[in-house]
Design a protein around this ligand. Structure first.
Ligand code: ADP
Ligand code: GLC
Length: 485
């Protein structure tokens, strides 16, 4: 039987992207199609959404959602069936999805994403003209309240569809003051320990995790880590209490969008048999970043510049990369102090270190295809996608042993090299010394072209397609749909 899933998120590639959430939400429809599951993706109608086909049908939602004029519009796209939550007073603004142009969170984020989630719950339950969905799948705090609204629906003849809530990053929780509660349109009993109440305020993710029929995280290791205070960020008790509902399903990558053999952003496409052609991409990368042409390795970074990503640790070892003959190309945006740290490193080492402060999808592809190694020294990493893109492109990942990074990279220690299974370099999280040591090991191996080529081949062989993850989500949806019917 075909299952219908409503996937609800604040980002989806190619329409709107600030991070990995968009890649995952954009890839799910295709990943699930072969399992006889059709996915409708619901995202907010931000101003300037990229490549959105003209409005199809306007769905019949109540004209106001939490006091804001709103409508749902249906679109048939290359990514499948997409519905937009079109509420101009909430979403048609300059700046980013969550913050204004100065980087300050929108003061009404609670109302924006509560209204979005309420519309999602209505749509899933059959309001608006589409048939009821079998499953609502909410991603992160911006969508998590959909599970809460489904749970407290009062007018149900049939039980509402079960909700899956996926935690892409438990550090972002959607916490607000208690005084927003009356504006949420929930019954008073929802302001309780098993509802949305959270340390005296309101927690959107917290409420969603309580209401969900199933909770997933984006890697098995992260599912385990968030049971501990160091990673759970206050929600560890809830995660432990709901352990029976929690599973870790490793993200895949879209192997059509991220395919070195067919990537139009590369100067020279290549595959595992034609690795020599990578050299042309390396040259294009040197040119794009104004790096000197030298023999040592080019390390790259494609990342939010934040403490989560360990970008302060890396800034501290940048000089050592140069001292040992390496170069560093950084693409990212984030905390002003870190942006400044990389600009300063570039100024200290012209031709050796270069930083591009900005978001550039096309350049990110060229970096994976031209750099020798990608650095991902995160303090925590729910899954991480750039190391998987790196593996597929033969851009060797140097990662911290945490979350999805630990689940995807095999360290090039003597045993793994001997057995021919190594795919990258792994260091301890939150240790500049350990990161420097991993970079030194990579630099040493790079000096042996045969060994490096072997490592690249092994990395490129690894299968991180959506094959396994798609099957696991499909199993989960079917199990939930069965228990509900
Ligand atoms: P997170 O979602 O925590 O930021 P992920 O590794 O899961 O980390 O995903 C990040 C995604 O965003 C990847 O697709 C990566 O290539 C992309 N990305 C991050 N920063 C930039 C940037 N400055 N320019 C282009 N792409 C970027
Ligand atoms: C979050 C996490 C990242 C993960 C991504 C997609 O942004 O920080 O680790 O890969 O979501 O699930």
């Amino acid at each position: 039987m075909t299952l219908r899933v409503l996937s609800v998120a604040s980002e989806a590639w190619p329409f709107i992207k600030t991070g990995g959430l968009a890649d995952v939400v954009g890839a799910l429809p295709a990943a699930l199609a072969e399992h006889d599951i059709t996915v409708t993706t619901l995202i907010p109608a931000y101003s300037g959404l990229a490549s959105m086909p003209q409005v199809g049908r306007v769905l019949d939602l109540s004209p106001q959602v939490l006091g804001a004029p709103a409508r749902l519009t249906e679109h048939h796209t290359d990514q499948g069936h997409v519905v937009l939550f079109d509420a101009p007073s909430l979403f048609a603004r300059g700046g980013g999805p969550y913050a204004d142009a100065t980087g300050a969170d929108w003061a009404d984020n609670w109302r924006r994403f509560a209204a979005f989630a309420l519309a999602a719950a209505d749509l899933a339950a059959g309001v608006g003209g589409l048939p009821r969905f079998d499953i609502l799948h909410a991603h992160d705090w911006q969508a998590a309240m959909a599970a809460v609204y489904l749970r407290y629906r009062s007018d149900e003849a049939a039980p509402p569809p079960p909700a899956v809530v996926t935690v892409h990053n438990i550090a972002f929780q959607g916490r607000f003051e208690a005084d927003v509660f009356p504006g949420l349109g929930l019954p008073p009993r929802a302001f309780a320990l098993d509802g949305v109440e959270y340390y005296g305020g309101v927690g959107f993710l917290k409420g969603g995790l309580q209401a969900a029929a199933a909770i997933t995280t984006v890697s098995p290791t992260y599912a385990m880590e968030i049971r501990e205070p160091a990673f759970g960020m206050g929600l560890e008790g809830l995660i432990v209490e709901r352990a029976g509902a929690v599973t870790g399903i490793l993200n895949g990558i879209d192997t059509r969008l991220w395919d070195p053999a067919a990537d139009t952003d590369l100067a020279a496409p290549y595959d595992v048999r034609t690795l020599g052609r990578r050299r042309a991409n390396r040259t294009a990368l040197e040119r794009a970043f104004g790096l000197d042409r030298l023999d040592g390795p080019i390390f790259c970074v494609i990342s939010r510049l934040t403490l989560q990503k360990g970008m302060d640790l890396l800034a501290g070892v940048a000089d050592q990369i140069v001292a040992s003959g390496g170069r560093l190309a950084v693409l990212g945006t984030g905390e002003p102090s870190l942006e400044a740290a990389y600009a300063a490193a570039a100024a200290r080492h012209p031709g050796r270190i270069a930083a591009r402060i900005g978001f550039d999808e096309s350049l990110s592809h060229l970096m994976q295809g031209g750099a020798d190694a990608i650095l991902v020294p995160s303090r925590f990493e729910p899954c991480g996608l750039t190391q998987m893109y790196g593996l597929r492109y033969g851009c060797i990942p140097v990662v911290a042993r945490t979350g999805g990074l630990a689940d995807t990279v095999i360290d090039a220690n003597e045993a793994a090299l001997g057995a021919g299974v190594a795919t990258g370099f792994v260091c301890e999280p939150n240790s500049a010394a350990s990161l420097a040591w991993a970079i030194a090991r990579a630099t040493a191996l790079f000096a042996d072209p045969g060994a490096w080529r072997g490592l690249q081949r092994q990395a490129m062989k690894a299968d991180f397609s959506w094959r396994r993850g798609g099957a696991r989500y499909a199993d989960l949806y079917r199990r939930l749909a069965r228990t509900r019917s």
